[in-house]
Write a protein that binds this ligand. Sequence first.
Ligand code: FAD
Ligand code: DLZ
Ligand code: SF4
Length: 511
Amino acid sequence: MGVLRLVLGDQLSPGLSSLSDAKAGDVILMAEVAEEATYVRHHKKKIAFLFAAMRHFSDELRAGGHDVRYVKLDGAGNAGSLRGEVARALEDVPGLTRVVVTKPGEWRLLADMETWRDLFGVPVELRDDTRFIVPLTEFLAWAKGRKQLRMEFFYREVRRKTGLLMDGQEPAGGQWNFDHDNRKRLPKSLTPPPRLLPAPDAATREVIALVATRFPDHFGDLEPWVFATTRSGAEAARDHFIGEILPGFGDWQDAMAQGEPWMWHSLLSIYINCGLLDPLDVCRRAEAEWRAGRAPLNAVEGFIRQIIGWREYVRGIYWLTMPAYADTNTLAAHRPLPDFYWTGETDMRCMADAIGQTKRHAYAHHIQRLMVTGNFALIAGLDPAMVNEWYLLVYADAYEWVELPNTHGMALHADGGLMASKPYAASGNYINKMSDYCGDCAFDVSAKTGPKACPFNYLYWDFIARNRDALSGNPRMALIYKALGRLDPEALSAMQADANAFLDRACAPAS
Ligand code: FAD
Ligand code: DLZ
Ligand code: SF4
């Protein structure tokens, strides 16, 4: 009487709830399946990373004495879906009478799993994912009855709950948040530090070849390889970040520089989200650096806030609001995605840089995702469903529970302001302030209209004018609508005409 325990590609944690009572006679199923790789056409590097990490984790489980049924993508009889592989395992292995799985991070898969009991005629137990710091029931209790679900207040609760950066009842350093110290532009004299970018091992090379053959038309490059695919490799990346990079994380958190994809960011989301690293453990190690005097508080607080604040918060928002959340489109944005989101070929230097590195590495840091590609999508009025799909497939750390609230809510304001009290809309001025992109751009960041004008400038004012009904009642937008009122009507019309002409060209279907 054994149990079939399904472990998904982003559940590579030995402490997983579905494994907590595993015993002799049970079978752990892991499966590389076409359906998960193609329901959105994931970046080649993302698929290769996950398959390689899954293969290494199956070795870890076997070394721990478990019986693992690992189905490779090109394995004989691969059913092509998780559902199909569970059915095949129940058929092939005698004596399996139950299925246990930790709940997935995407609503579509959870909805599917909820049909499995009827489909297979055996009990299917869906267990909570306990790898988060705040159980969903706690988040739902926090959210209940609140008019506004602001991350900052949630974050303070998690600081108190975990004791991270607390001196008794008070926040360390006397402040909860040191963000105002974290908005520096990178001086020309400073170069970001070199990073630990592991070469692929044999298992990873095998998977890279498999992905190249099976998914040649998917977005993105397989080379150069930049990710660890083992737990020890992820731990080395963590230790390298915490020991060498973390002290600069705060100062340069919002800065961007041409040809510098990593800056002082941790590059750890990919490992945390698939279970190779534990989020609370990473935060405790970061705190220890501050307590030992090796990293400043603005860096450590900023880093910890992203993990125990933003990461936990967006997960709560996702499960609180799905599935209706994905269908909202409160700014009625309907333009299709311009082709340059796929090719990176545009004269806008900032967009070309952010999309180019996304193609190369399946990575862009937060400010590029929010204030370059996200900001463009927002002010251009791109269709949220298309933008969400893009973000879900291009980044190696993307699963819908984390990608959707960040894109739909934070970047696109498509949820009517549930997540962000005002849209993160900005003109070229913001990008110029935080980067060195504009100096080398074909467009002029100080020009507002005409063929040389920075598109972010006229798109920004077109966005503000277009959404007057939806946004002008927001007190945080009052100054902007005052400024709109002061604009010379002819100048505004010229910007609106430029915006429409630009978007008609950019969003035209490829011939
Ligand atoms: P760092 O800048 O070093 O931050 C440290 C850690 O904090 C990250 O590893 C991550 O675990 C966490 N973190 C930081 N910001 C966020 C956030 N807003 N939400 C959740 N966790 C956060 N993050 C994802 O993990 N997956 C996504 O699919 C994803 N999509 C995004 C889409 C958009 C439009 C935006 C604006 C942000 C998105 N983010 C996403 C959040 C953030 O950009 C990434 O977590 C971060 O860039 C990952 O790189 P890093 O590990 O170097 O992060
Ligand atoms: C993202 C992904 C990919 C590309 N492939 C697989 C796979 O073949 N097998 C698997 O178990 N999981 C895969 N995943 C991760 C799942 O899509 C992920 O578990 C769900 O989206 C829920 O977060
Ligand atoms: Fe981007 Fe405009 Fe600057 Fe060019 S001028 S890099 S388009 S912000």
